[in-house]
Design a binder for this molecule. Structure first.
Ligand code: 15L
Length: 265
């Protein structure tokens, strides 16, 4: 057990529900937050529902916490108002609260949609300029820059995880490149929490897939070694999706369907 108290935000979401039982092994107390129902608390758990745009609630959330896994916020492309409240104002409140309460390490769920307008025939690294594929990706770009500011100015360490597609199995052709297995997700989050020197790091959250758009050499210093691959799913996925529409932005760009024009725009 490395931590006295860890905070997991977005604990009722897809990845929050996945990490909730897995993080128990690394802390004495796990504080869980979301706006959705968190169910009932296990003996080691503290349930703290909070809206991220509520500064007071977020400050209370960070009190007495050693490190944060921040998954909370909007996780899809949608209208600007909810993105502004949860991902921009919410991220700001989180970092201000971390500063005020002396929290030294944050693992930030960023997204591959920070660079979603690179093409699928390009291999990029975290050093390449951001190219968000929509308002959601833009909000994640803000989160990464916010984290950078709070490291440069206040020494709060952040590992920004540009998560690809984390589901039980890859679901389509694109996910052959972007899939992050749940076991690799746990490896990545635990490495990000426990590496002695994290500084400000940006890493793609992806398994060891044969097809890859992301050079993840930058992940080596935190000790993340993916052990899963989408390759065993390839034949089934390609058979189900034999043709690709080469005029569809979802085929051309790394962000897939997020790179299409949406009603929000
Ligand atoms: C994301 O950022 C979303 O939160 C997730 O639901 C997936 O759609 C993922 O990206 C993806 O790119 O597959």
């Amino acid at each position: 057990l490395r931590f006295d108290r860890l905070l997991l935000t977005g604990a009722a979401g897809g990845l929050g529900r996945t990490l909730r039982p897995r993080l128990a092994a690394y802390c004495h107390r796990l504080r869980l937050s979301d706006i959705e129902d968190l169910g009932s608390a296990a003996p080691h758990e503290e349930l703290c529902p909070a809206r991220l745009e509520d500064a007071d609630a977020v400050h209370a959330l960070l009190k007495g916490v050693d490190a944060v896994v921040h998954l909370g916020g909007v996780s899809t492309e949608q209208a600007w108002a909810p993105i502004l409240r949860a991902n921009i104002e919410g991220a700001f409140h989180l970092y201000e609260a971390a500063r005020r309460h002396g929290v030294r390490r944050i693992v930030l769920a960023s997204s591959n949609h920070v660079t979603g307008f690179y093409r699928q025939d390009e291999v990029i690294s975290p050093a390449d300029p951001m190219r968000p594929d929509g308002l959601y990706g833009l909000s994640k770009a803000f989160g990464e820059n916010l984290a950078r500011l709070y490291f440069d100015r206040h020494g709060i360490e952040t590992v920004c995880l540009r998560i690809g597609s984390s589901f039980p199995e890859p679901r389509n052709r694109r996910m052959l490149a972007t899939w992050l297995s749940y076991d690799d997700l746990e490896r990545l989050v635990v490495a990000s929490l426990t590496t002695p020197v994290a500084g400000f790091s940006v890493i793609y959250g992806v398994s060891d897939n044969t097809t890859s758009w992301w050079d993840n050499t930058a992940a080596r210093h935190i000790g993340y070694r993916p052990q899963d691959s989408s390759e065993p799913f390839r034949a089934t996925i390609e058979a189900a999706e034999p043709r690709l529409d080469m005029n569809d932005p979802a085929t051309l760009f790394q962000g897939g369907p997020f790179a299409r024009t949406t009603p929000a725009e």
